[in-house]
Design a protein around this ligand. Structure first.
Ligand code: C2E
Ligand code: MG
Ligand code: MG
Ligand code: MG
Length: 284
């Protein structure tokens, strides 16, 4: 049945497979209506600084609250948005929602930063730096508390244009993260020239690296590379204590993953933060 197929799809499967199969189920019109109805929520996943154990930042991740299927993973609808003209307004809306949330947290006395995921498809508008800076400033949020994460495999179609826009975004004060590092093919070139502040090592190199020498070697080299380039190095997809211990041993700056916390609603995050403060030492 359709539901069975969807249930299978909501289990993490390789992204290209998901994209190809889900396209037949959600069409652009349905996604467009979901955006009009404001049915996309943000979930928040903490990042931890390994030296202090402090929560430094939360990544804001989109979830489509579907009437029939519950929360639908972004891998199943972002590609549809990216292939339409919706992506410009979508990313700006996510940035505004995330900034409004951060404004609330800052007013509550929480010292947090946020990151959002920006599609490469967004990077072709000349005035993007102004649009994003204005969106954040209108929420009373300092721009340097906001990092934009960009997946490296999608970088580099029009390199000069990408460089120009990213440089001007950086000059506005945004942090810039290269996401899913190690899964693209132009990583060295892009790292050398683009104004990144943060490198996020893809989770395929984080989980199980302690048991697999090749994975460990890639994880270790990526962390070293990021550090030599002066970037904030985050290892994502930390699922076990062994993953966590190895990432620390290899010298990364921050960790993110189910072992620390899953993506949560804002209410859950507040609860989690207060519990985390108390149990930080025992947990990790
Ligand atoms: P990403 O930016 O690399 O985000 C990390 C993904 O890994 C998230 O999946 C997160 O829930 C998941 N994750 C975190 N810790 C672990 C772990 O320990 N193990 C495993 N197996 N997974 C973990 P999610 O939320 O399903 O998002 C998938 C991708 O969709 C994101 O990958 C990002 O590329 C994209 N995405 C999410 N929200 C947005 C958005 O607002 N705009 C755009 N353009 N893309 C988005
Ligand atoms: Mg990301
Ligand atoms: Mg990632
Ligand atoms: Mg990703």
């Amino acid at each position: 049945s359709l539901t069975t197929v969807l249930e299978q799809l909501l289990i993490p499967v390789p992204r290209e497979v998901t994209r190809a199969r889900i396209m037949q189920i959600f069409d652009e019109q349905e996604v467009r209506q979901a955006l009009v109805d404001d049915r996309v929520d943000l979930f928040f996943q903490p990042k931890i600084a390994v030296l202090s154990g402090n929560v430094t930042s939360v990544e804001c991740l989109a979830r489509w609250h579907h009437a029939e299927y519950g929360y639908v993973s972004p891998d199943n609808f972002i590609p549809i948005i990216e292939q339409s003209s919706l992506i410009n307004d979508f990313t700006r809306d996510v940035l505004i929602k995330a900034s409004q949330q951060l404004d609330v947290w800052l007013q509550q006395g929480l010292d947090l930063n946020i990151s959002i995921n920006v599609s490469m498809k967004n990077l072709d508008r000349f005035n993007l730096p102004e649009i994003y800076a204005e969106a954040v400033s209108e929420c009373n949020v300092p721009i340097n508390r906001v990092t934009l994460e960009i997946t490296e495999s999608k970088l580099g179609k029009d390199f000069a244009q990408t460089l120009d826009i990213l440089t001007r975004i950086r000059l506005k004060g945004f942090g810039l993260a290269i996401d899913d590092f190690g899964t693209g093919y132009s990583s060295m070139e892009t790292l050398k020239h683009l104004p990144f502040t943060e490198l996020k090592v893809d989770r395929i190199f984080a989980h199980g690296a302690a048991e697999d020498p090749a994975t460990r070697a890639i994880l270790e080299s990526s962390i070293k590379l990021g550090r030599v380039l002066g970037l904030n190095v985050v290892v994502e997809g930390i699922e076990t204590k062994a993953d966590y211990a190895l990432a620390i041993e290899l010298g990364c700056d921050e960790v993110q993953g189910y072992f620390v916390a899953k993506p949560m609603s804002s209410d859950e995050l507040i609860k989690w933060l207060s519990e985390y403060k108390n149990t930080n030492d025992e947990r990790l």
